[in-house]
Design a protein around this ligand. Structure first.
Ligand code: F6R
Length: 261
């Protein structure tokens, strides 16, 4: 894992954004894996600035990580709405090229299988953007998720419903279930950029970067991925034992390795 520790949340967004924009300039129809939640908002804001400056995202294809089950599509907090508002519109993506798992399908299992097949048909994900939950989840792969899981229905953990209650008028309105890409699905991406900001994420970051690989900290599976960048602000890096070493490593990287390639 490459661990990049930066001095502000804005710098996290800009660093991840530069890597993603470089990919899109190289490969205009790149397939991006799209996370929702607060963590990637700075990344999308950075990409929107680059779009306004002329980077063309119109051919980019996208697959969202997850969706709540049972929430109306037009609900402002459905991930279909969030992806539209935070990603498709500001970046100028073509909505026909972006998919979000279907949390309202009559046959949810089949919809999950179709989603997996659509990712494969697109040639796989070139770059997956990830946030992380306080319990170490990526996507909505909650603790004890199979490390080999594929897109499926999951029950949201109580701490995830609590964390996401801020988006809903009433905590009881937070859905209990979701459809999420599995850990196996995420691991198939060719490159992964995980962003985290703030002290609330420090324990989860320390566990997935420096702890053992365990389904109790689902993001720890990323230790098995050959091309993961974990981009953190100082607060999210606060519990890392080897943070000085990561800074030293980054400072000593030749520019061809540090810059997006
Ligand atoms: C969102 C997702 C989740 C979030 C995580 C962190 O699509 O899959 O894993 O990335 O819950 O959420 P925030 O960024 O809101 O703290």
């Amino acid at each position: 894992m490459e661990i990049v520790i930066l001095d502000s949340a804005a710098a996290v967004g800009a660093h991840a954004g530069s890597r993603i924009a470089a990919l899109v300039e190289r490969t205009p129809d790149a397939v991006l894996g799209l996370a929702t939640g607060s963590s990637p908002l700075g990344v999308y804001a950075d990409l929107a600035t680059r779009a306004a400056a002329g980077v063309d995202f119109s051919r980019v294809r996208g697959f969202a990580l997850d969706e709540y089950v049972g929430i109306p599509l037009e609900h402002p907090e459905s991930y279909a709405s969030v992806i539209h508002r935070d990603v498709i519109e500001p970046l100028g993506l073509d909505p026909a090229r972006v998919r979000v798992p279907d949390g309202r399908a009559a046959d949810l299992r089949r919809a999950c299988d179709d989603y997996e097949a659509a990712i494969v048909a697109a040639g796989g994900v070139d770059l997956q953007i990830l946030g992380i939950g306080v319990n170490g989840h990526i996507g909505f792969n909650e603790p004890t998720s199979s490390l080999a899981s594929r897109t499926r229905i999951k029950t949201l953990a109580p701490e995830t419903r609590e964390a996401n209650a801020r988006f809903f008028a009433d905590p009881d309105d937070v859905p209990t279930h979701c459809v999420t890409q599995g850990l196996g699905t995420i691991m198939d991406a060719r490159e992964i950029v995980l962003v985290a900001q703030g002290a609330a994420k420090a324990a989860a970051i320390a566990a997935i970067v420096e702890g053992p690989v365990s389904s109790m900290w689902p993001g720890s599976i990323l230790q098995h991925h050959p091309r993961v960048h974990v981009v953190l602000d100082e607060a999210a890096a606060g519990d890392l034992r080897l943070s000085d070493y990561y800074r030293y490593t980054f400072d000593f990287k030749p520019s061809w390795q540090r810059d997006p390639v």
